[in-house]
Design a protein around this ligand. Structure first.
Ligand code: X90
Length: 276
């Protein structure tokens, strides 16, 4: 029996040869240019090009066909998507799941709406891997992942909300209030999977303090932590240091955002997924 995991590219997963994890690319669109968020994308080049580009830009979720391809002929598929409150990804994956099951009698597909993105999705994928390795049944994995998801959270700090506003994904007034250089917005993924601002902060020190407070408010007490950032390694390292100062044995890792998260989190943004 073949089992695979499918996650859209907002999970920032690097291609993992040999493991059955398929990344489903979102797209970033700017004028005639289309950036496919796959392993070949140079996200740094993309954000530099976009910063110089004056026209409209946007994003597009994967198609139903893209999802079906990512299911890769498996008998059991476990999927996870970016929040359905901000993207059509979950909807496309759900339709793909129903079609795939109808076309492949006996196949089973479960898709979790992460109500979040980035490193919180990474935690979900890692949990799927663990549950599959334990040899659990389809139903057991589904129940366990839903239970796990009730204890995973996401906090973030963003240097700009321009691309969110540009794409109608937040109220423009919120983005305008951020116009001041050097101010970051610290927020979290709400229970409904929306961007929930917590505070406006100036300077890394205050940003870190507020991120850690946000983690504690969501019950963090030394569980697993996954950090991703848009070309802000110093801030990611400082966050890791502060977390390890409190919890020396914390299972923590850092990675770069891929294209989709880089586009919305913009250069300097950082996201922290954690167990509460
Ligand atoms: O379908 C599409 O075109 C994709 C739309 C995605 C919009 C949200 C992207 C968020 C990227 C930014 C920081 C975290 C915000 C979390 C809110 C739940 C990451």
């Amino acid at each position: 029996m073949k089992t695979c995991i499918a996650a859209d590219s907002s999970a920032n997963l690097a291609p993992l040869p040999g493991t059955e994890i398929n990344s489903v690319a979102l797209k970033i669109l700017a004028g005639d240019r289309e950036y496919v968020d796959d392993a070949a994308l140079d996200a740094y080049e993309m954000i530099k090009n976009l910063a110089a580009y004056k026209g409209k830009s946007g994003t597009a979720c994967p198609s139903i066909e893209d999802w079906k391809t990512a299911f890769g002929g498996a008998d059991r598929v476990f999927g996870v998507t970016i929040t359905s409150s901000l993207s059509g990804c979950y909807n496309a994956a759900q339709v793909a799941a129903a079609q795939y099951e109808a076309e492949n009698p006996g196949a089973q597909v479960f898709i979790l709406d992460s109500l979040s993105t980035g490193p919180e999705m990474q935690l979900i994928v890692e949990k799927y891997q663990e549950l599959i390795a334990r040899g659990l049944s389809f139903e057991e994995i589904r129940e366990e992942i839903e239970a796990y998801h009730r204890h995973t959270h996401l906090v973030f700090s963003l240097t700009s909300l321009n691309n969110f506003a540009r794409n109608g994904r937040i109220k423009p007034a919120l983005a305008m209030a951020m116009g001041v250089l050097g101010i970051c917005i610290v927020g979290r993924a709400s229970l409904h999977g929306e961007l929930e601002p917590l505070d406006k902060c100036r300077g890394d020190k205050r940003v870190l303090q507020r991120l850690l407070e946000g983690m504690k408010e969501n019950g963090f007490c030394g569980g697993k932590v996954r950090i991703s950032h848009s070309y802000n390694e110093p801030l990611a390292q400082k966050a890791a240091q502060e977390i390890r100062a409190l919890y020396p044995d914390c299972d923590l890792s850092i990675c770069l955002n891929r294209g989709l998260c880089c586009y919305y989190a913009e250069e300097g943004g950082i996201m922290i997924g954690f167990e509460g």
